[in-house]
Design a protein around this ligand. Sequence first.
Ligand SMILES: [Zn+2]
Length: 579
Amino acid sequence: MTTGKDKELIRKLALLNAINYNGKARFQPVFGKLLAEKPNLKARVREISPIVAEIVEAVNRLFLEEQEREVKAKWPEALVKEKVEAEKKLPPLPNVEKYKRVITRFSPNPDCVLHLGSARAIILCYEYAKMYNGSFYLRFEDTDPKLKRPQLSFYDLIREDLEWLGCRWDVEFIQSDRLPIYYEHAEKLLAGGNAYVCTCKPPDFRKMVLAKHACPCRNLPANEQLSRWRKMLDGTCGEGEAVVRIKTDLDHPNPAVREWPALRIIDTERYPHPRVGSKYRVWPLYNFACGIDDHLLGITHIIRGKEHLTNQKRQEYMYRHFGWEYPEAIHYGRMKITGATLSKSKIVQGMRDDIFTGWDDPRLATFIALRKRGITPEAIRRLIIDVGPKPVDVVLSWENLNAHNRKIIDPVANRYFFVHDPKRMVVKDVSQAVTAKVPLHPDDPEKGFRQFQVKPENKEASLWISNRDMSIVTKGKIVRLMGLFNVQIGNVAKGVVEAVYHSESYEEARKLGAPLIHWILADTGIPCEVVMPDATIARGIAEDGCRELKANDTVQFERFGFVKVESVNWKLKVYYAHR
Ligand SMILES: [Zn+2]
C-alpha cells in the first residue's frame, strides 16, 4: 500500500519539478527522484507509477504561483537550495599570457537589428574582456553596399541594443571608414606576388579551381597585376569584370578555401553606400576586411560560431603572406531556440512581406522585441553564460530564457489582478461590507497592500471573474476569491455566475481544497490590452491600482503572467512576458 507519507513525498517532488520547469512537472524525473529517495519502492513500480502520474497531473493543473505557494508553506527548506545555486562561470580563454591585454570584438553588419542569435557573440566577447581587464571593440562590417546593404538607422539601433545589454564597448570602428587601409594592403599583396587580379569569367574560373589549376591571371607579373588593380579603381573595369584573389594552395582539400576573392567592384552609382555614397567602387569582401582588421586592431581572441572555421583557413593564407600571427580563435557550436526565428534573412523577409508589425513584433527574438516584452538583459546574460563557448550544438527553448527572467523579476514585480475576458459573478448572502487586503508582493509585506472595499447591496456583491476560470466555477463547488472570502457556486446561466457567501478564512478554503481565483469589483478597474507573444491581444480589466503604473514597469498579473507596461492612459496596454 502507498502511504499518505509516500504520496506527500511524490507531491513535493512533482511540485519542485514543476517549479523548475515553468509550472509543468514531468513524470520521468519525478519518478526517478522518488526511487532514488525511496529505493524500497522499486519493488512496487507497477503500483506506484499510476499514482505518480496522477499526482503529476494534479500538480500541473495548478498555476505556478500556487505551486510555489504550496512548497513555500509546506517545505520552505526545499527552495533554499535553488537560491544559493552558484552562478556558472565561463571557462578560461586559451593563451592569455601570450598577450599584454585581451582584446575581443563584436562585428555586426548594420543591415538588420540584433537578435538573440547575436547574443552569444556579444556577451561572450564582452564578458571575457571584462574577466581579463581587457578591451571590447565594436566593429561595423559594412562593406557590401549591394547585397547586404547597410542602413544608417541600424548603426544606432545596434548601439542601443548593446547599451541595453550592458555590453559597453571601449572603441568603435566602421569598416567603410577604412577603405584606404584595405587598398594599401591589397597593393602590398599584389606587388609581393601573393594576390592577383583575376578577370576570368566566374564559371571558367570555377572549373579551373575545382581542377586545382591556376587561372591565366595567377602568374602574370606584379606590374601587370598593379596595372589591372588601377583599372579596377579608376573605372576602366566594370562590376563583375575583375576581382582580387588571394593565393592559396591550389590543391587545398576544401575547394572553398582555394584562391578566395578579397576585393571586388560594386557599381556604387547604382548602389551607393549609405555612409560614403559613391566615393569608392572597389570593396573588400568579408574575409579580407575582417582578417586585416583583426590583426591591425590587435584582436587577441576571436570568439565566434563554428561556421567560421573555413574562414579561418582562408584568412590564415593571408596572414602567412603578411608574416602575421593568427589570433586565438574559439569557435562555439550552433545555438537553436525552438520556436524563435534566429535567421536574419528570415526576419528581414518577414518584414518585407509585412508579416511582422515592426522590428519589435512580439513574435521576433530581436532585442527590441524582447525588451518590450519585459525580458531583462540579465536573463539573456545568464542564459548565454550557462551555454558558454562550447563547440557542441545546443537547442534551447523560450522556457530556458523565461526561467532565468522569472528568477530576476519575480522577487521585485508587484502583483495585480487582471480579469481576462470578464464574466459577471453575483455573490448572495454577503451580510456586511468586507475589505479585502491583498499584498503587492506575497514575499514582501513591506511593499504594502491593495485594498478593495466590497459593499453589498441587498446583501449582493457584484464582481468580474475571468472566462478562463469558468471551468473551475461549477455548480456546488467552493472557491476562494483571493484575499476576500469563500463562496459556493450556484447556477451559471447566460454567462452570469451565481454564488453564495460560504466562509471567510483562507484556512477554511485550504481545508476544503477550494481553488483560488482572482476577481475585480464590478464598476471598478481600467480596460487593459495584453499583447501576447503570438501578437494576438488579450482584453480584459485590470484593477484600479494599475492606473498608477508607468511605462516600462514590469508587474505580475496574478494567475496570468508577467507583463511589461507599454502605456497607461484611459486604458492600459502591456506586453506579455511569460508565466
Ligand atoms: Zn583569372
